[in-house]
Structure formats: structure tokens, C-alpha cells
Design a protein around this ligand. Structure first.
Ligand code: ADP
Length: 368
């Protein structure tokens, strides 16, 4: 006689379903929760690493197939999804223990859209339900206040036990902090390296961030001392490298990858984001014009065997929108909005894979 279905043997069935990213079964990954079995009805929750997981449908279909194989077609199967964003910062006792992931957004070259990507990535992640913070570490050209529609705003300060803490300013669901909130832009350009690093360290330690799933750092362009000091002081989970498809930008992106991958730095590359990939005129929605060359970022990702996070098209109004504090993922056309959502979903996915496969992040010790 056929066995009755219960919680235990349902788990056995589901242990044949693999998460395609982690190459392990859902049960040993502890992704199955809230199982309920009633006559003719099975329901459970699959706990993903991000609600934006692009493999959701595949996982659901594989679960249904496995259940049908073992238990036939007579059950009404109800699968819901939840997310638990992972962290790899177990050793982060002192610096931001409540922040699960610190992600640096970097580019070798200026003007490739690093800040644009940082802003839209942060907002897209927040849209999927994640708790997100954004630090404008581009101290020499802070553009976050402008892009987030916060120009001229000043953060509040809170005193706790005789110490003053800065409160980030929340906009579009993201907690933001920029040197541009605190000082005149013209002042920052004359700052020397050590002043910049100590300002950034303060942003991290003397600011009330609360619980965050992702803290995005918009780094200055280039591969200089500031970057080295930054990874020395802040335990970064990984870096997103932004480039355009042009050869000059790619050459500098290679330098940035090389810097993060140096044996004594060893910051994992979450992936490459390719900006200004192509142009699609509104009247020709099926056409893609590759004005700056084709697939430069994608090919670089293949070459370095790092993930490719996606392409962002050139948008006529993006420049304008950025300058008016209206980020494209919220105000842009559909193609641009979708490309940012896709980029963020891939970033979240590869952060989770990184957390599952690599050891915990530490501030880097550099022997000079
Ligand atoms: P970076 O941080 O690398 O210096 P920014 O994000 O400040 O670059 O972008 C430089 C300029 O290019 C900004 O005016 C921005 O609005 C514009 N820009 C960025 N990405 C795009 C895009 N995909 N389409 C059109 N304009 C863009």
C-alpha cells in the first residue's frame, strides 16, 4: 500500500530538488519552511536568498515535479516564497555588526556611470524588500545628494551617552550619507588621503545605520591609496565593477579588478555591470545601436571568470533624470527600469553565492 504523505517524507522528496545556484538540495540548504500536510493538500514555503531570485519559477516547477513523481497528481500544491538575505560577516564584531553585506561599487575610470549604478542598485534592492544603506565615498565628486534628490539637505545628529552620531537621510527607501551633506563640495577636493579615509571610517562607525541587508559604498573612481585604505578599514563583502563597453574604460576596469584580486587585498568581485551598452530610439524599440562597442563588459567578465551582472542602455533622459534627483529605476522608461531591476537581482544572487562559498570578510591587512 502506498505510504501516507507526512512532513518527514515530503522533506525526503524535496531533498531531491537542487538549488541551481548553490548546487545543493533545498533541504540541506534549510530552504524549506512552514510545511503543512492535509488530506489532498500540501503547502510549504521556500526561503530564498533574495525575493528577486530569477530562479524562483524553476525551483517551484522542480518541487511540483518531484512531489508528483512520488505522490501522484491528487494533491493541491501550494508553494510560497520568502527571503532570508545571507551574510558572511561573522567576524564583524566591532564594525557594523548589524549590516549583513557591504558592497563597494567601483570603476577604474570616472564618468562611466558608477554613481548612477550605485544609486539605482540601492533603490532596486530596496524595492525587493531589502534594507539598504548608501554611502557616497566618492569624496572628490559627491553626486549622491544630487542624484537622490537630496541636494542641500543636512543630516540630523543624535547624542547617545555623550557621543554624537549622524543619522542618515532616507530617500526612495534607502538610507543615504554623503560627504556632500556635511561640507561644501569645493572643500573636499583639497582633502588629503588620510582625511578622506578617516571621514569614511566615521561614516561607517559614527552613524546610526540600524539593521541593513546591504550597505552600498560608491567609491571614488580609480585605483589609488584611498581604495587601499578603505579595504583596510572597512570589511567589504565584495565589489561591483562598473564599465562602459569602450576599450579605454575596459582597460581601467581591468586595473580595478586587478587591485581587488591582489593576493593581499583579496576582495571578491561580485560582478561586472556594463553601462551605456546600447541605444534604443523610442521610435525603433526593437533596435539596439552599440555606440561604444558591443559586449566589452561581458567579455571582460568571461575573461576574468567573474559574474556578469547585466547591461544598462544609454537613456536620453537618464542624464537629466539623474541631475533632477529622479533615479531611472523609478522614473526612467521601461527598458531602463527593467535593466536596473535585473542588474540588482543578479547582484543579490551573486552576493548570496559568494556568502555561501567563501570565508567571512575581514578588513584587509596590508604590509607596507
Ligand atoms: P561616475 O560615477 O562613474 O563618474 P556618473 O554616474 O556620475 O558617473 O555618470 C556620469 C554622467 O553620465 C551623469 O551625468 C549621468 O547622468 C550620465 N549617465 C550615466 N549612465 C547613463 C546612461 N546609461 N545613459 C545616459 N546617461 C548616463
Amino acid at each position: 500500500m502506498m505510504q501516507e504523505i507526512n512532513k518527514e517524507n515530503l522533506l525526503k522528496t524535496l531533498s531531491r530538488v537542487e538549488d541551481p545556484d548553490f548546487k545543493k538540495d533545498l533541504v540541506s540548504l534549510k530552504m524549506i519552511d512552514d510545511i503543512e500536510v492535509e488530506p489532498g493538500k500540501i503547502s510549504f514555503t521556500v526561503v530564498l536568498t533574495t525575493m528577486a531570485c530569477p530562479l524562483k519559477d524553476k525551483i517551484k516547477q522542480d518541487c511540483v515535479e518531484a512531489i508528483k513523481q512520488d505522490w501522484g497528481n491528487d494533491y493541491n500544491i501550494n508553494i510560497s516564497f520568502d527571503s532570508r538575505i545571507t551574510s558572511n560577516r561573522k567576524e564583524a564584531k566591532d564594525m557594523l555588526p548589524n549590516v549583513k553585506n557591504i558592497i563597494a561599487v567601483a570603476s577604474g575610470k570616472g564618468g562611466v556611470g558608477k554613481s548612477t549604478i550605485a544609486v539605482n542598485l540601492a533603490i532596486s534592492m530596496a524595492k525587493t524588500g531589502a534594507k539598504v544603506g548608501l554611502i557616497d565615498a566618492d569624496i572628490y565628486g559627491p553626486s549622491i545628494p544630487l542624484m537622490m534628490g537630496l541636494k542641500g539637505k543636512r543630516p540630523k545628529v543624535q547624542k547617545i551617552e555623550d557621543k554624537h552620531y549622524i543619522l542618515p537621510i532616507e530617500q526612495y527607501g534607502v538610507k543615504c550619507l554623503s560627504i556632500g551633506f556635511l561640507i561644501d563640495e569645493k572643500q573636499a577636493v583639497v582633502w588629503r588621503g588620510p582625511m578622506v579615509s578617516s571621514a569614511l571610517k566615521q561614516f561607517v562607525t559614527d552613524c546610526i545605520w540600524g539593521d541593513l541587508d546591504y550597505l552600498i559604498l560608491d567609491l571614488p573612481p580609480g585605483t589609488g591609496d584611498i581604495h587601499l585604505t578603505l579595504v583596510q578599514t572597512i570589511p567589504v563583502t565584495g565589489a561591483v565593477i562598473v564599465t562602459t563597453p569602450q576599450e579605454v574604460a575596459i582597460a581601467d576596469a581591468r586595473k580595478a579588478i586587478g587591485m581587488f584580486q591582489m593576493p593581499n587585498i583579496n576582495v571578491p568581485i561580485i560582478g561586472i555591470a556594463e553601462n551605456m551598452s546600447y541605444f534604443t530610439p523610442a521610435e525603433l524599440p526593437d533596435k539596439k545601436y552599440y555606440l561604444f562597442g558591443k559586449d566589452g563588459g561581458r567579455k571582460t567578465a568571461e575573461e576574468y571568470e567573474v559574474p556578469f551582472l547585466g547591461q544598462i542602455p544609454i537613456e536620453e533622459k537618464l542624464c537629466e533624470a539623474g541631475d533632477q534627483g529622479k533615479p531611472s529605476v523609478l522614473y526612467g522608461n521601461e527598458i531602463v527600469r527593467k535593466s536596473f531591476i535585473n542588474l540588482a537581482a543578479n547582484a543579490e544572487r551573486f552576493i548570496a553565492i559568494r556568502n555561501a562559498s567563501l570565508s567571512a570578510t575581514k578588513a584587509v591587512e596590508i604590509n607596507q
